[in-house]
Design a protein around this ligand. Structure first.
Ligand SMILES: C[S@@+](CC[C@H](N)C(=O)[O-])C[C@H]1O[C@@H](n2cnc3c(N)ncnc32)[C@H](O)[C@@H]1O
Length: 235
């Protein structure tokens, strides 16, 4: 938990929740230890979808389909969602969930490693939700940026690693060091890539909200790095 637990509990207590079938699916997923987006992240996603009104959504990391179903509830009618999952045990469960809740016509699952699947995709997406292996976000980024339309929004979940991101690499366990370094590199890229405008929010496990913009199109000025800016924050 990266924010005060009581504050998060208070904010979540105001949440009116999702349709009953999603609340049921969420309960099922938590009971069986399937990792799904947290309540506060669901709320943010709903709001961003309401602002963006996407016609085409791409999700990287389906699990059992909870977030895809959640997005489909708040997206405009006719919105098509493509979601990618590589874990063979979760794929049939997600497909069955899409079928039993009548969403097979609008949610399409690609059962493949996203590193390969993203390369084969074309067309453009209005909204992309990154929620797969954190260590791979940086590898996915070139394809994701190619697929995101100008003005489109990309939301990356789990970017603050339960607060570990601000620790020096020596303070995190050896096992987590690679992922820690990759996530810092990813955040640096999101904040410094001139094609993106990004805000990193301490919501859930950390969410980065990025919009693909063109310097000219947005009237953005060439910016100079601040003095305190460095490539290794917190080190
Ligand atoms: C956090 S879960 C996704 C949760 C889901 N978005 C939700 O909130 O309902 C991450 C999922 O990404 C999948 N995943 C991890 N790396 C992947 C990759 N390279 N390609 C495709 N799926 C991947 C995992 O198997 C896992 O099911």
């Amino acid at each position: 938990m990266i924010t005060d637990e009581r504050l998060t509990a208070f904010i979540n207590s105001l949440d009116t929740g999702n349709p009953a079938y999603l609340n049921e699916l969420e309960k099922e997923a938590r009971k069986t230890n399937v990792p799904i987006i947290r309540t506060e992240t669901q709320s943010l996603l709903r709001t961003l979808i309401a602002v963006n009104r996407p016609e085409r959504i791409l999700e990287v990391g389906t699990a059992v389909g909870f977030s895809a179903l959640c997005m489909s509830e708040y997206a405009p009618e006719g919105c098509q969602i493509t979601t990618i999952e590589k874990y063979e045990k979760r794929i049939p469960v997600a497909l069955e969930n899409f079928r039993r809740f009548g969403k097979s016509g609008c949610i399409h699952l690609i059962a493949e490693d996203a590193a390969l699947a993203l390369k084969k995709l074309d067309g453009s997406y209005d909204f992309i939700f990154m929620d797969a292996a954190k260590g791979q976000y940086m590898n996915f980024l070139p394809d994701v940026l190619r697929l995101l339309r100008k003005g489109g929004m990309m939301v990356s979940d789990n970017v603050l690693q339960d607060g570990d991101i601000l620790e020096s690499r020596y303070a995190v366990t050896r096992r987590d060091r690679t992922i820690h370094a990759r996530m810092r590199e990813y955040l640096y890229e999101l904040k410094h890539n001139p094609a993106l405008v990004t805000s990193v929010l301490p919501v859930g496990d950390g969410v980065a909200v990025s919009v693909k913009a063109s310097r000219n199109g947005c009237g953005m000025q060439e910016r100079q790095p601040r003095e305190e800016e460095s490539k290794e924050p917190g080190s």
